[in-house]
Design a protein around this ligand. Structure first.
Ligand code: FAD
Length: 215
């Protein structure tokens, strides 16, 4: 697989989580896809995957990282001017359809979902619902962008601090919508829980797409 060199142009910090904005000459990609980043001086030559939080129509690419180990810590420490190697984008997270879209995200799991939401609204007036959960508002990427986003039904669930938003965990039954497709992204426990709730509520497995980041 071809390798591409990315140059960091900006960073944004949300608590410990970081969005890196970068320029690269990789080929076009689809919303919801991920790249594999390779640090050649580590013992993991196959690299690690990071979903693109940018949308294909945007000029600058971005990834959003939670620091939990070697790769993620190095990425979170990167500054403008730093470079990294990566593959082209791949993956099939987004379900291609014009049906209403319901997105269930936890923490940095918002990353591919934010990519899909931005591209979907750029391309169409399709109905979009987002339920987005995090432990604290300050650690949740893109909250301000999401609040200002055009025609998005959004519920924030802030579970471990006082906020003006809901404090309960996401319950899938609150977000069932006739004829919709569902995207779920977050840690494995969240993703499995949301998937099981949807299936138990009668949603067909082919109408649910999941991406799991962490064990
Ligand atoms: C398709 C896909 C897309 C992904 N997209 C994203 C994304 O957009 N953003 C993102 O952040 N991640 C994403 N990931 C996860 C990412 O690929 C890495 O797995 C993640 O960043 C951890 O890699 P690491 O080398 O930093 O951690 P590792 O060094 O491999 O650590 C892994 C485990 O060890 C534990 N650990 C490591 N260091 C410590 C420590 N000091 N103290 C205690 N425990 C520790 C961590 O809890 C973790 O569970 C994605 C994964 C997949 C498969």
């Amino acid at each position: 697989m071809d390798a591409y060199k990315a140059t960091v142009v900006a960073r944004e910090v949300y608590g410990k989580n970081v969005t890196l904005f970068f320029k690269t000459n990789m080929p076009n990609y689809e919303s919801g896809q991920y790249i594999t980043i390779v640090f050649e001086d580590t013992e993991i030559p196959e690299g690690k995957s990071y979903s693109l939080s940018s949308a294909p129509f945007e000029d600058v690419h971005s990834i959003t990282i939670k620091p939990i180990g070697e790769y993620s810590d190095r990425l979170c420490d990167m500054q403008p001017g730093d470079e990294f190697l990566h593959t082209e984008a791949y993956g099939y997270f987004n379900i291609k359809t014009d049906r209403p879209l319901v997105c269930l995200a936890a923490g940095v799991g918002i990353s591919p979902i934010w990519s899909v939401i931005k591209q979907t609204r750029h391309d169409s007036e399709r109905e979009i619902t987002l339920a987005y959960s995090g432990s604290s508002l300050s650690s949740m990427p893109f909250v301000d962008d999401i609040k200002n986003f055009n025609e998005l039904n959004v519920s924030f669930h802030v579970t471990q601090e006082d906020s003006p938003y809901r404090s309960d965990r996401i319950s899938a039954k609150d977000y069932i919508k006739g004829g919709a497709v569902y995207l779920i992204c977050g840690p494995v426990e969240f993703t499995r829980d949301m998937w099981e709730q949807l299936v138990n509520l009668g949603i067909s497995e082919i109408d649910i797409s999941t991406e799991v980041f962490f064990e």
